[in-house]
Design a protein around this ligand. Structure first.
Ligand code: 5GP
Length: 179
């Protein structure tokens, strides 16, 4: 699952997980500094750049990408062990990472969460107060590019009302399982 920064992915995913214990989010590694709401090993595994580069060398990532001047990557082992245990693993990753997986024919359902428009994004990003002006601008720029890529996904879900978006995603998962 991808969607521009500020689209409300976190809120939608939390809603989706309520009552769906079989859906486990993958926990990424990143070199970005933790935010107040971050917890090591829960939201991310926080790494230094050398640590992250070493993990790349050792083949520890299913995919990785550079986003807004930081590295982010999906640990392979965590995803595989959960899939083997019969769980649905949800990767919340940027567009470059998702397209890399797509291009390597990684089986999955690719969902893009879109905002109603760019103004909504900008407002959410400044409203949450976790990024400075420069970082907000960088993320809005990234969002503009990401939105041009949404047709490469299997599904586009517009996040207007959180509950509706979460329900739509749940339906998509069920539909694909039935297939
Ligand atoms: P944030 O800094 O806001 O937590 O995340 C920034 C962006 O990085 C978001 O679009 C998020 O989906 C993406 N991201 C988080 N983890 C990963 C990952 O493991 N791989 C990739 N490619 N992107 C990630």
């Amino acid at each position: 699952m991808s969607g521009p920064s500020g689209v409300g992915k976190g809120t939608v995913l939390n809603k989706l997980r309520e009552g769906n214990p079989n859906i486990v989010p993958s926990i990424s590694a990143t070199t970005r500094p933790p935010r107040v709401e971050d917890t090591e090993g829960v939201t991310y595994f926080f790494k230094t750049v050398p640590e992250f580069l070493k993990m790349i060398d050792e083949g520890k990532f299913m995919e990785w990408a550079e986003f807004s001047e930081n590295y982010y990557g999906t640990p392979l082992e965590y995803v595989e062990s959960n899939l083997n245990a019969g769980r649905d693993v949800l990767l919340e990753i940027d567009v470059q990472g998702a397209l890399k997986l797509r291009d390597s024919n990684t089986e999955g359902v690719y969902i893009f969460i879109a905002p109603e428009n760019l103004d909504v994004l900008r407002e959410r990003l400044s409203g949450r107060g976790t990024e400075d002006t420069e970082e907000i601008e960088r993320r809005v720029k990234a969002a503009e590019w990401e939105l041009t890529q949404m047709n490469n996904y299997d599904y586009i879900v517009i996040n207007r009302v959180v509950e509706d978006a979460a329900r739509e995603i749940k339906n998509i998962i069920d539909e694909n399982k039935a297939k």
